[in-house]
Design a protein around this ligand. Structure first.
Ligand code: ACO
Length: 326
């Protein structure tokens, strides 16, 4: 059987760091409140003129360098993002052009914080079907551009980043063993960006109502996130005939520390099985999982043959999991 194996990982975060103490200076909040409620100490913010495609391109270059593949070798680029450079065309096309990946098809996937796992699933299916040999899968976000910096309920949570993997068609036991995708659109208004798609056009009133920004009912999202991430992790384990003991590293979407801890505990993981970096980057939506995977990989935390469980939940709602044998 042909499997999609991860042969390179890469990530990129913008230089500018915004700490909780920085936020205290312009918002009615405190470092203590943010740390205890979210586990976040700081996040990275894209510079003026630095766009999602720029973050994605840097992460992709690093993943390709590790894999030892050139831009011309890549035949597919899938970007999971909800903060693309434009409503359309796809940010993946801008990355394709930046890289000079002249032999690649390119498209975006919109699944919010589950975007990377949805993108991964699309690419894995094409690789396993024999239609792609070397694919780039990227999660990239510039969320700082769509959060309302006057809304203390939301802006403190998010950051900007990109992570990428190179997937190669390989024979054998290593690679992505499964992907599971789920969605429920009935609760979309608990976490969404009301404007400006076809449903709400730009107008003076819409701008005044701040409808360009991300809206969220945090309490409600919290409960559904823990339940859904637990369910989809258990579905993945069952599908692979595995238990929590078989997993070397659990990499959940880094939303906030309370969601991570509650989810890991409900599934039954020990602390040392769970990868957490939310304190340094905040919630970077579609970028959190590939960013964490790249950090763990470069730190030597992932060894050949290790089993990884990736698990995400996001706006839509969408939720997804993947099991990887490294
Ligand atoms: N600083 C100080 N006080 C604040 C802040 C802030 N930044 N934000 C809210 N508060 C206040 C509220 O106004 C409220 O005050 P009140 O009691 O006087 O009305 C109080 O703190 C409690 O507010 P809650 O919303 O109940 O606080 P909660 O403990 O639920 O924490 C949070 C809020 C952190 C947003 C939490 O609900 C959460 O993490 N939800 C998940 C949301 C999330 O992660 N979304 C990301 C996208 S989805 C995903 O990635 C899974």
């Amino acid at each position: 059987m042909i499997r999609a194996r991860i042969t390179g990982t890469g990530s990129y975060v913008p230089e500018k760091v915004l700490t909780n103490l920085d936020i205290e200076k312009f918002l009615d909040t405190s470092d203590e409140w943010i740390r205890t409620r979210t586990g976040i100490n700081e996040r990275h913010i894209a510079a003026d003129g630095e766009n999602t495609s720029d973050l994605a391109t840097r992460a992709a270059e690093r993943a390709m360098e590790m894999a030892g593949v050139s831009a011309a070798d890549i035949d597919l680029i899938v970007v999971g993002t909800i903060t693309g450079d434009y409503p359309w065309p796809a940010t993946a096309c801008i990355v394709q052009s930046n890289l000079g990946a002249i032999n690649a098809g390119a498209f975006d996937v919109s699944a919010a914080c589950s975007g990377f796992l949805y993108a991964l699933s699309c690419a894995v299916d094409r690789v396993e079907a024999g239609r792609s040999k070397k694919a780039l899968v990227i999660g990239a976000e510039a969320l700082s551009r769509i959060v309302n910096w006057e809304d203390r309920n939301t802006c403190i949570l998010f950051g900007d980043a990109a992570g990428a993997v190179v997937l190669e068609a390989c024979e054998g036991e290593h690679g992505v063993l499964s992907t599971h995708l789920h969605a429920d659109g009935t609760h979309l208004e608990l976490l969404y960006q009301p404007g400006f798609g076809t449903r709400m056009q730009p107008s003076e009133q819409a701008l005044k109502d701040r409808n360009y920004f991300l809206h969220m009912q945090g309490n409600e999202v919290f409960k559904v996130a823990v339940r859904s991430m637990t369910d989809v992790a258990n579905i993945a384990l069952k599908a692979n005939n595995m238990s929590v003991e078989d997993v070397d590293l659990f990499i959940p979407h880094q939303a906030n520390i309370r969601i991570l801890n509650a989810t890991a505990k409900k599934i039954g993981f020990r602390d040392d099985q769970v990868y957490i970096n939310v304190e340094r980057f905040g919630n970077t939506s579609g970028a959190t999982i590939p960013l964490a995977m790249d950090e763990a990989n470069r730190a030597g935390r992932i060894k050949e043959g290790d089993i990884l469980l990736l698990d995400a939940f996001g706006g839509g709602f969408t939720w997804a999991s993947a099991i990887v044998r490294w």
